[in-house]
Design a protein around this ligand. Structure first.
Ligand code: KG4
Ligand code: ZN
Length: 412
């Protein structure tokens, strides 16, 4: 079974093809992400209409590349002549329908029409697509692209919740030909649930109770900024560029090694740990961002320059302290067997090692974390989620006529 997956919920355009063998083992045939970081960096954050424009530009070239890489793009003349599509007498109706589907994405339509007519239908069984949550104009591009392919190639669409995709990047697949960390589940796969997933990205910070595959309940979430968003905003204040997470993480690591080297343990830049003792599982990162702002206002530019690393390290530690405390107390309350980390911020080395140490050494729970390349937005995670939905017979095969993007889609 082959799943073509499409992700366009924010500023990364992702297209991937996963093949599952009869034993249900997945193999990534191709997985490409086109990042728009450089385009949005100028604005210090993602501009939805620019994201829409870039998804329109990127989707078809990426599709071609993944099909070619997966050896699914048949291109010989005889094959084209034999192809039903090119001889199809309903060609006019097909063109009209594709025009209607991609009415709001004319640039994508212009690219898609010659492609879809030229190449025979590839050997793909399903098209999976992120239909929410995310930026509405960005989501629609991927959804409409999937609708067009589903209609023209006559294959079912599986809509996937982006957050479920991030979580699915963790599911045990030893043969997944991606650098997946070895999974050592205590007591085997049956001992996975109940689990708590901490999903931390640029758009979300949620604690999700998972009773079994597909059974999700949000037990806490941010009341304002997402963790990744806070990293991005603080980086902007420090003049570090976008996205802020990786830059702050690098500076914090540099500070840490220097501080260890010099045995510096005093920190003059203590920041708050918002809501750490609130007694619930909600978060708030907006106050932390403001605390950094007030701190910077009291400093001269040269003081800021000298202290950038230590501020980055303190800010990162404040975020990690809150995330860790809430995750551990939720795991305790719900008596979970596993803690799962997911989302773009899951790439943060200090967060990974902090949680891993406490969870596996001190609490003896399973700890799952995706390989770094599957933390940021990608289409492989969407294909993985679609596959799990299919195997658990809960895949909602959508109709290309009615599928919609849902910016505020909730997982529970
Ligand atoms: O999941 P993702 O790719 O997109 C959304 O769904 O939002 O997450 C992007 C976010 C950005 O805010 C970025 O700054 C953050 O993940 N991020 C990190 C790191 N790498 C990416 N945050 C902290 N540390 C990192 N190493
Ligand atoms: Zn994401």
């Amino acid at each position: 079974m082959k799943i073509l997956a499409i992700e366009s919920s924010c500023d990364d355009t992702g297209v991937a093809i996963l093949e599952y063998d009869k034993a249900g083992q997945p193999k990534i045939l191709a997985d490409l992400v086109s990042s728009q970081v450089k385009i949005h960096a100028k604005w210090g954050g993602v501009v939805p209409m620019l994201a829409k424009r870039e998804h329109q530009r990127n989707l078809l070239p990426l599709l071609k590349k993944v099909l070619r890489k997966s050896k699914l793009l048949k291109n010989s003349k005889s094959e084209i002549l034999n192809s039903k599509q090119t001889l199809n007498p309903k060609s006019k109706i097909q063109n009209q329908t594709l025009k209607e589907i991609l009415e709001r994405e004319p640039e994508l339509l212009k690219k898609l029409l010659p492609f879809i007519k030229k190449y025979p239908k590839p050997d793909i069984d399903y098209v999976a697509v992120t239909n929410g949550p995310g930026l509405e104009p960005a989501l629609w591009v991927g959804v409409n692209f999937a609708r067009a392919l589903s209609y023209f190639w006559n294959i079912p669409i599986i809509p996937v919740n982006h957050i479920e995709g991030h979580i699915a990047a963790n599911w045990p697949n030893e043969k997944l030909n991606a650098p997946h960390p070895p999974l050592k589940l205590r007591g085997g796969e049956g001992e996975l649930f109940p689990a708590i997933a901490l999903v931390v990205s640029g758009g979300h910070t949620q604690l999700i109770l998972i009773k079994k595959f597909g059974d999700y309940k949000i037990i806490g979430e941010t009341r304002d900024d997402a963790a990744g968003e806070a990293f991005d905003k603080v980086a902007k204040m420090l003049g570090l560029g976008y996205p802020g997470g990786p830059i702050i993480s690098q500076l914090a690591t540099k500070h840490q090694s220097q501080a260890n080297h010099l045995s510096l343990i005093t920190n003059h830049f203590l920041l708050p740990r918002p809501m750490i003792n609130s007694g619930d599982f909600d978060f708030s990162f907006s106050g932390l961002k403001t605390a950094v702002l007030y701190l910077l206002r009291k400093m001269t530019p040269s003081q800021i320059k000298k202290s950038t690393r230590v501020i980055a390290a303190e800010f990162q530690q404040a975020v990690i302290d809150v995330l860790t405390a809430k995750t551990l107390s939720s795991a305790k309350k719900y008596n979970t067997k596993t803690i799962i980390l997911a989302g773009g911020v899951a790439a943060n080395a200090a967060l990974r090692s902090n949680l891993s140490l406490i969870i596996t050494k001190h609490l003896s729970l399973n700890f799952l974390v995706p390989p770094i390349n599957l933390c940021q937005d990608n289409a492989t995670m969407i294909a993985l989620a679609a596959y799990y939905q299919l195997t658990q017979k809960r895949a909602k095969k959508a109709n290309w006529r009615t599928l919609k993007a849902q910016a505020n889609l909730r997982i529970s």
